[in-house]
Design a protein around this ligand. Structure first.
Ligand code: CTP
Length: 397
């Protein structure tokens, strides 16, 4: 059963369509309304669409929040208002919806809707961080016109998009439960002196999306994060690594305790051989920096892998022949899968929120057409082979 929580906001009219879509897909839907939401859409409408009475404050049930939360597979809150966001973030049981959310231990998908200035507020950001740390998955909000005539981010996502997120969460929830996943993400920085470095254009978004998705699927995730403009939103253990050497140390320490390792970090292949101690003063003369190769971490991990461990690499390829080059890396580095993306394209990849991937294994290759990095991460996990029963060493904490 899916619980659909409705808060007060004009977007509640779109929740009628969401309920209809979920009922059409043969889900049992139980609508839970806050008192405020009933000023926008009455319980009779939701009762008719969901084919069962709505749960609301003042109803005949004695423990509606406990009954609802113990029988549900997922709670979808749409629209999620700023008030309910704050209440849930702080564990309030102010009405039947917030009490249900507090008592519910399953997956929560929420579609916020509010004025763009309220969405931008630091208080909202802090509340969202609290929810994210507990694994609540957000859909939207989208950019566009709001009911009050402003333009910005704050519109509730469309019902079809919310329904798709609910379906995806239901079908994959727990699919990686008990699996220990290690992900590296971001780009390394190799110091030239105390303030300058050799770096690369990786934003870390793709790797962070891979870690987030694994966590949403129930994995126990460790993320080793180099320089990145993206931050994870799902619960996980995060270790920071700045340079290729630090990433190498952290990765090799964590490898033995992982069932699946995804190396999405953009590791510098070279580093300055003699980093200048302190800040090198400017002079009119040219500055020659000698670069020396770094360790190929993925190859090292491949050489040490234990039976049953799954190893996935990334290949940033430029232009034609990329799949062939990626396949050669798959073999050279003893991988189960390599994820190829074409970095010569400007519409996807580095600074984009979207990507297009080719998932290459020894047997085949599968194109994941252009989509959000989050959707790419979901496609990646759908394709990653399950680790076999062999048991890697326990994690030494
Ligand atoms: N990688 C790594 N250590 C390095 C360089 C790369 O672990 N020093 C990993 C990356 O995290 C990625 C994969 O290797 O998963 C592919 O990286 P890429 O730079 O594309 O491949 P290379 O083998 O370095 O080949 P080339 O640069 O010649 O294309």
């Amino acid at each position: 059963m899916i619980l659909v929580g409705v808060c007060g906001g004009i977007a509640a009219y779109k929740t009628c369509e969401l309920v209809r879509t979920l009922v059409r897909a043969e889900h049992d839907v139980q609508v839970v309304q806050t008192p405020d939401s009933q000023r926008f859409v009455g319980p009779t409408t939701f009762a008719a669409l969901s084919r069962r009475p709505v749960l609301a404050d003042g109803g005949p049930e004695v423990f509606p929040h406990l009954d609802a939360s113990s029988h549900a597979d997922l709670l979808c809150i749409a629209p999620l208002s700023a008030t309910t966001l704050s209440r849930i973030a702080h564990g309030e049981a102010a009405n039947v919806l917030t009490a249900t959310a507090l008592a519910f231990s399953g997956p929560i998908v929420a579609a916020p809707a509010m004025n763009p200035r309220m969405w931008e507020a630091e208080a909202t950001a802090e509340n969202l961080r609290l929810l994210a740390a507990r694994g609540v998955e957000l859909v939207g909000p989208a950019h566009g016109d709001t009911a009050e005539g402003e333009v910005g981010v704050g519109r509730m996502s469309e019902p079809a998009e919310i329904a798709a997120a609910v379906e995806a969460r239901l079908s994959t929830a727990g699919s990686l439960a008990g699996t220990r996943v290690l992900v590296t993400a971001g780009g390394t920085r190799e110091p030239i002196d105390a303030v300058r470095y050799v770096g690369n254009r990786s934003s870390g978004r793709m790797g962070v999306a891979v870690a987030d998705e694994a966590s949403r699927r129930g994995a126990d995730v460790t993320l080793i994060l180099a320089a990145a403009s993206a931050a994870p939103s799902a619960p996980m253990r995060i270790l920071r690594a700045e340079s290729a050497a630090e990433l190498e140390r952290a990765t090799l320490e964590e490898t033995a305790a992982a069932d699946v390792i995804v190396m999405a970090a953009a590791v510098s292949d070279y580093r300055p051989a003699d980093a200048f101690a302190g800040k090198r003063p400017k002079s009119g003369e040219p500055w020659h920096v000698t670069l020396e190769p770094t360790t190929d971490i993925l190859k090292e991990v491949g050489a040490r892998r234990t039976a049953g461990q799954v190893l996935v690499g990334f290949a940033a390829e430029h232009g034609p022949g990329g799949v062939e080059r990626a396949r050669a890396k798959l073999e050279r580095k003893s991988l189960d899968m390599i994820v190829m993306n074409d970095v010569s394209r400007t519409d996807i990849g580095f600074d984009s929120t979207e990507n297009e991937l080719v998932l290459v294994t020894a047997r085949d290759e599968r194109t994941v057409s252009r989509r959000s990095k989050r959707a790419c991460a979901a496609a990646l996990w759908d394709a990653v082979p399950a680790p076999t029963a062999a048991t890697p060493a326990p994690r030494g904490e």
